[in-house]
Each structure stands twice: as structure tokens, then as C-alpha cells.
Write a protein that binds this ligand. Structure first.
Ligand code: MIC
Ligand code: SF4
Length: 747
């Protein structure tokens, strides 16, 4: 978005915000200001938190190489010549970490050539900015180049809210949402409720932005933010750098929040200037009052936010979360006792810093400060230490400033500027497949199997500086804040608290950022997809609803416990097939725990009784022309925005998913792909479903917003049980269901 467009947005705000203050009869929070300023039609729009469906115009769309393939394939189906809003593609997820940046990059380019060529040529053709492999991780690149206070963007990645560090409302969505916004349609989202987080005190010593969010994860849990925007404000916010704010907003995805954001302040202006956007900083300073909440909101927040959380940063201890869920939180000082009690292996096998969450200059600098202390004292690292810089800009700057040298001196390996081990793109040879082992990283997710494909790996998340100290302690029993480790002379060695500037004193290093602008004449660019490709496949429209109720569908899978998108459609080696719906569907439910047996990834075929993978069973049912249903637990579909977790089930014959509760992005993805998402009116009805049951869904012709749906469970002995299920579909979404998918409804 050009400076002129930002200026126009800011200049349009006073009138729009006044109109909203009058209509709502009260002052506005920042989240509301941004939503109002981006309303497709303010006058016609109904506003009601938690109830209304907002139609918004986004300023920008960001795609990455794993989810972006499907987003672009869907956009292409809309038949447009050019994208309607500024959009970018970022090649970051497909680079596998194996032996260090240079070799890993070359291997990735060779292995993924076909996909990169596809992304590159579609970008060129349709007017999309293209960030080459190695340019950096989507959210860091967006923060450095595109995010701006008061803006609204969507991205086909759940950690898009990272841009909230610069006061932007940036929301993670499925690829179909992006495709539609790029095609020029308004984008829809449930009017979110608002959580205000009032920050007082000051971050000091070992405490870092990561601790704000890991603490909140423990407090609010992984579903605490569902359909809510988290707005941070208060005097404490000024003690957090813009990139630190980005860390906090990024990991708000782990709370399931729609997005998170901070009010505009001088730290943001400083970051904008350091990243060569002084013109935007100046504009934001001129329009400051529109880029923060109204004064009355700050004075009496409880009147205007649905919930308020107080955090005194001066009291906040460093936290660590895990294993297996980002909300399993405790202060680092309490970890050793818990490790003993739980019998987790205390010895740490790998330490990793970086990722989109924590790879700012400040993060690297503070981690290097810890490493330097150990180097000076002659203390050796006890674990491998892997670093993923967030962008080429960070990489070049830490190289110039000697930070990389420090990491290398402690035996660290600097990986490509990419997702790598954070998304299972990690070839690890130091542990056996089923060996229980412990790793610690500064990433944001730690679901089973997430990093190295092994559910036996226990993954803990904490700040980069604590990760670095733990690399020297080598054990979860070491508390770097209060404890000591043996020095080379046998005497106890104690780290002092990390220090590090938020922005490089010499400015960011220049060099080839890895950006390619689209062609001026897109018509001349050809996008070719080979019909024999195993990486890319043109999409075929899903069949329309045949206007009949669903009768006696078998249950393909009833999942128990956490069913994240990593359980439904694992990443790692499967990322290879993200552009090929048929191939990727072989991973469907591989991580899902079968509620009938406790086993992951497989179950009895509902017709033959043979125990096979869920995919094999689904393919068999599909071949027989039988559709099926999924029963799920709480916060079903938590985590990633990947729509493959909805498309694969749809492709293999799923009609309905009934769960205790949904994560926001996944519920929308199901609707977009034409699957009926239902929740139990009575949570305990989950227990009624048994393996041999058949399930009917009645009254579909009368489907209407807010109207419950009748579900009949047919028991093998002929008995039936009728229950009520709820659905959250709007008229438009019911239209998607009837058309077979949102895309079908469009074309
Ligand atoms: C993630 O962190 O889980 C991912 C990989 O970035 C996903 C996107 C994907 O699955 O490609 C996300 O967060 O949406
Ligand atoms: Fe990449 Fe990990 Fe960030 Fe997702 S969370 S964008 S996989 S670095």
C-alpha cells in the first residue's frame, strides 16, 4: 500500500469514527476504530460484538508458499486479470533445515522448483509481489515492509497478527478468504468481542515480551481468545519495542484470538523509521489520536472491553510453556519441580531460536549477550543450537554486527531465513523416531509431532534469551534467573540478565532483500501446471448439495482430546503436496486420536471393520459412494489456517463435522468448502456416539441463521437417539453450503 493510500485512509478516519461514536453512543477502542474505518458499508452494517457478521475491505493480503498454493489456485478460478488489493507471496515454509543456510537453500530450490515457478509466475501474472525463497518468514517481512498503524490485512497464515506490533489489525484466515479478497470481494468476519490487556510497570531483567504472551496463554488457555480481539494498552506498553509487541501479537494465535494489537506509540514510530518508512511514521504521528483508543476508554477500560486483564510487567517472571500445548505455562522457577513430578526427561537435546515469533534484532542481540557471557567464562554449550533469522535484513545485520559470529563460536548453526524446524521441516538424526526427548525453542507452537514429526519429542517454548541460557545448562532443571551452572574451573557460573538494543545502532544492513515486483503486462505471463505433476493439481469444483437431508452416515473418525490442524493435516514432509489435493489427502487425520481405541491415525472401516488409516477408510467409502461424518472434541481445528484440514475431508466425502467447540479459522474453512460444521447443544452428547452408529442430519432445506439442527443417532440395534446441534451460519454461508463451496457460490 502506498504512502498516499495510507494518507487517504487516515484522512478518512475522523468522519467515519465520529459517525461510529454517534451511532454506538460511546467512545471507541482501537480495534473498533480500525474495523469501522474498513467497513464495506458502515450505514448498512450491523454492529454487535459476538453476533454480527462484519463485511470489511482489507488493505492488504499476504500468502506464504504452503497455504498460498491453494489460495492462488482458488483465486485463479475466479477468472480475474489482476488482484484487487496489494498482495504478496512469501517463500518460507518449504525450506528444510538440514545442514545450514546455504546448502539448505540450494536443496529447497531444486526440490521445490515446480512450486516456486508456479508461485512466481502467478505472482507476476496477477500483480502480486513475490518474496523469493530465503527472503524471510512472511510475518517478519510484512512487519519490516508493509504493516502500518491502523491498517487491516488478512493473511493465509494464523500468525498474521504479528503485524499488531505496529498497530495493524492483521488476521489469519484460510486461503479461500484470501482468494476472494484478492478477487475484489468484501471480506467477512464475526464482529469480535474485545479483551483489553492493561499493561503497567516495565519489562526488566530477564523478562521479555515472550513472557507476556506465554503468561497469558496459561491464563486464558488455547481457546480463551476465540472470536475476540486482544487490545494491549497502558503505560507498560511503552516499555516494549515494536518487534516485542509483534512477538506478543503473533502468539495471540495460540489463544485462538481473531487478532491482537497495540496502540500506536513512539516505539512503533522508531521501528518504522529504522525500516525506511519515515513518511508513514510521520503520518501516523499526525493522526495519532485515531490510532489509539479514545481517552475515555483508557480511563475506564472495563466499561468498553468485554474483559480486562491486568499485567504488571515489573512483576512478570520469565515463563516457559509445554510440552504439547502452548497453554501449559509456568514461571521458569517452577519448572524443575514439575519436570521431576511428571518424569519428563530433564536433559535438553536441542535448542532453537528464531521463527516468525522471535527473530528480531533485539531477540538476536539479547540471545548473543547470553552467549557472550558463556564464551567469556569458557562455559561450553551442552546442546546443538540452531538459529533461524526472520529475514534477509536481520540475517545481514546480525552478520555485520558480529552476532552470527558469536552464535557460531558457541557451536551454533545458522539456518536459512525460513520456517524450517518450526513447521517440521527439520531433518534430525540425533534421536530415534520413538525416543522420548526434550527440546526447547523460541517458537510459538509445540503440538505433538510439530517440529520433527515425532510425537515423542517434548517441545518447550520460551524466550530466545532463556533458550540460549538453557543451551549452556543443558537441562530443564536449570533456572537461569536464579541458578548457577558449573564453570570450567568448577566454580558456579551465573548469567547476568540479557541486554540488547531493539534497533541496530548502525541501521539495518542493506543488500538484496529478495523481492520481485509483478510484471507490468501480466497477460504475457503463462502459468503452467503439468497434468502429471505430483505437487500441483488444478481444482475441480466440489459437487453441489443434492437438496436432501443426510441419512445414516457412518462415523469415519471420532477424535478425542486435542485435534489441531496439525493432527488433521500434518505438515513436515506433507508440505510437499500442499498444491495437490489428492496427494495431500493421504495425510488426513494421521495425528488424530481415535476416541474408540486411543490410537492415532487409524480406525475400523465403518463398513468392512478392517482397521486401516482414516484416509484409506475414507477412500474406500468414497469409492463405494458413501459419505461420512466426523465427531470431535473441544477447540477442534486449533492452530494453523491450512484449509487442507477442511478440503481433504471434503474431497474424500465428509459432509458434517460435529464437535464440542471449534477454533475460528477452521470453522470458517469448513463452511467455505461446503462442510456443515455443528456443535453439540449439550456438550455431553459427544459421549453418545459409538463406532457402529449411523448419523442422520434432518431439516437441511430449512437451514437458517441461528436455527438448531436435529441430529439422529441410529444405534446398531435399531434404537435411535435425537439430539440438537447448533450452527453459526449466516444466510450467505448457507448459500455456500448449498452451492457445495464458497467458490461454487461465486462462479
Ligand atoms: C503454522 O505455524 O502452523 C503454519 C505452518 O505457519 C500455518 C500455515 C500452514 O499450515 O501452512 C499457520 O500458522 O497458519
Ligand atoms: Fe513459519 Fe513457524 Fe511462523 Fe508458522 S509459526 S509462519 S511455521 S515460523
Amino acid at each position: 500500500m502506498s504512502v498516499d493510500q495510507v494518507k487517504r485512509l487516515y484522512e478518512s478516519m475522523p468522519a467515519k469514527l465520529d459517525q461510529a461514536r454517534r451511532r454506538f453512543g460511546r467512545p471507541l477502542t482501537l480495534a473498533e476504530k480500525i474495523l469501522v474505518a474498513h467497513a464495506d458499508d458502515f450505514a448498512k452494517q450491523e454492529w454487535s460484538r459476538g453476533k454480527a457478521q462484519l463485511r470489511l475491505r482489507v488493505d492488504r493480503v499476504a500468502l506464504q508458499d504452503a497455504t498460498g498454493q491453494m489460495a492462488l489456485l482458488q483465486f485463479m478460478q475466479a477468472g480475474k486479470k489482476q488482484v484487487a488489493v496489494p498482495s504478496t507471496v512469501h517463500c518460507d515454509h518449504l525450506i528444510r533445515a538440514e545442514s545450514g543456510a546455504a546448502e539448505d537453500m540450494q536443496r529447497a530450490i531444486n526440490e521445490n522448483r515446480e512450486v516456486y515457478d508456479f508461485l512466481h509466475s502467478t505472482s507476476k501474472k496477477y500483480g502480486i509481489g513475490f518474496w523469493k525463497p530465503g527472503a524471510g518468514i512472511i510475518h517478519q517481512v510484512v512487519l519490516e515492509n508493509y504493516a502500518f498503524p491502523g491498517g487491516l490485512m488478512i493473511g493465509a497464515d494464523s500468525h498474521t497478527p504479528n503485524a499488531g506490533g505496529l498497530g495493524m489489525a492483521a488476521i489469519g484466515v484460510g486461503g479461500a478468504d484470501c482468494g476472494e479478497a484478492m478477487a475484489g470481494l468484501a471480506w467477512e468476519v464475526l464482529d469480535p468481542k474485545l479483551i483489553g490487556v492493561h499493561l503497567t510497570g516495565k519489562l526488566t531483567g530477564w523478562s521479555s515480551p515472550k513472557d507476556v504472551i506465554t503468561y497469558l496463554c496459561g491464563l486464558l488457555t488455547v481457546k480463551g481468545g476465540t472470536n475476540k480481539i486482544i487490545e494491549y494498552f497502558g503505560p507498560g506498553a511503552e516499555s516494549i519495542s515494536a518487534t516485542g509487541k509483534g512477538t506478543i501479537c503473533n502468539m495471540g494465535a495460540e489463544l485462538g484470538a481473531t487478532t491482537s494489537l497495540f496502540h500506536f506509540d513512539d516505539r512503533m514510530a522508531a521501528y518504522l523509521r529504522a525500516t525506511e518508512r519515515g513518511d508513514i511514521a510521520r503520518l501516523a504521528e499526525q493522526h495519532r489520536e485515531h490510532l489509539v483508543a479514545d481517552p475515555d476508554v483508557i480511563r475506564d477500560p472495563r466499561k468498553f472491553y468485554d474483559e480486562v486483564v491486568e499485567i504488571d510487567l515489573s512483576e512478570l517472571e520469565p515463563h516457559i510453556v509445554g510440552p504439547h500445548s502452548p497453554d501449559r505455562a509456568r514461571p521458569i522457577s517452577k519448572l524443575a519441580a514439575e519436570v521431576k513430578k511428571e518424569g519428563w526427561p530433564a536433559g535438553i537435546r536441542q535448542t532453537l531460536i528464531g521463527s516468525c515469533t522471535n527473530s528480531s534484532y533485539e531477540d538476536m542481540k539479547r540471545a548473543a549477550h547470553i552467549a557472550m557471557q558463556a564464551l567469556k567464562a569458557g562455559v561450553k554449550a551442552k546442546t546443538p543450537f540452531l538459529v533461524t533469522p526472520g529475514s534477509e535484513r536481520i540475517y545481514q545485520t546480525i552478520k555485520r554486527d558480529g552476532i552470527m559470529d558469536t552464535f557460531q563460536k558457541i557451536g551454533g548453526t545458522v539456518l536459512a531465513n525460513a520456517c524450517g524446524p518450526c513447521i517440521g521441516q527439520w531433518k534430525r538424526s540425533d534421536v530415534g523416531k520413538e525416543e522420548t526427548n526434550t527440546i526447547v525453542s523460541s517458537f510459538n507452537r509445540n503440538f505433538p509431532g510439530r517440529n520433527d514429526g515425532s510425537a515423542s519429542t517434548l517441545s518447550f517454548l520460551t524466550s530466545p534469551e532463556i533458550v540460549t541460557a538453557l543451551a549452556f545448562g543443558g537441562t530443564l532443571e536449570f533456572d537461569p534467573v536464579h541458578g548457577t551452572i558449573p564453570g570450567p574451573d568448577g566454580k558456579p557460573f551465573r548469567f547476568t540478565a540479557p541486554e540488547g538494543e531493539e534497533l541496530p545502532a548502525l541501521g539495518f544492513a542493506g543488500g538484496d532483500a529478495g523481492f520481485e515486483a509483478p510484471a507490468s503486462d501480466g497477460d504475457s505471463v503463462q502459468v503452467a501446471i503439468s497434468p502429471t505433476s505430483e505437487r500441483l493439481q488444478l481444482l475441480q469444483p466440489f459437487p453441489r448439495w443434492d437438496t436432501r437431508d443426510f441419512g445414516e452416515l457412518p462415523i469415519l473418525v471420532k477424535t478425542k482430546g486435542k485435534t489441531t490442524t496439525d493432527h488433521i493435516s500434518p505438515a513436515g514432509a506433507w508440505l510437499r503436496y500442499r498444491g495437490h489435493l489428492d496427494r495431500i489427502s493421504d495425510n488426513m487425520f494421521l495425528g488424530a486420536v481415535n476416541a474408540f481405541t486411543g490410537e492415532a491415525g487409524k480406525g475400523a472401516n465403518p463398513i468392512t471393520g478392517e482397521v486401516k488409516t482414516f484416509t484409506a477408510n475414507a477412500r474406500d467409502l468414497k469409492a463405494k459412494g458413501i459419505s461420512w461424518i466426523v465427531i470431535g472434541d473441544e477447540n477442534y481445528g486449533e492452530g494453523s489456517s491450512r484449509e487442507h484440514a477442511a478440503m481433504s475431508p471434503r474431497y474424500l466425502g465428509c459432509k458434517v463435522v460435529i464437535v464440542k467447540s471449534f477454533a475460528r479459522i477452521h470453522e470458517t474453512n469448513l463452511k467455505k468448502q461446503g462442510i456443515l460444521p455443528l456443535t453439540f447443544a449439550k456438550t455431553s452428547d459427544y459421549d453418545l456416539f459409538e463406532q457402529a452408529d449411523r448419523v442422520s442430519v434432518r431439516g437441511l432445506a430449512a437451514l437458517a441463521p441461528g436455527k438448531p439442527v436435529e441430529v439422529v443417532i441410529h444405534k446398531p440395534d435399531g434404537k435411535t437417539v435425537t439430539i440438537q446441534c447448533l450452527q453459526t451460519m449466516t444466510d450467505e454461508q448457507i448459500g455456500w453450503f448449498k452451492a457445495g463451496s464458497a467458490l461454487n457460490a461465486l462462479t
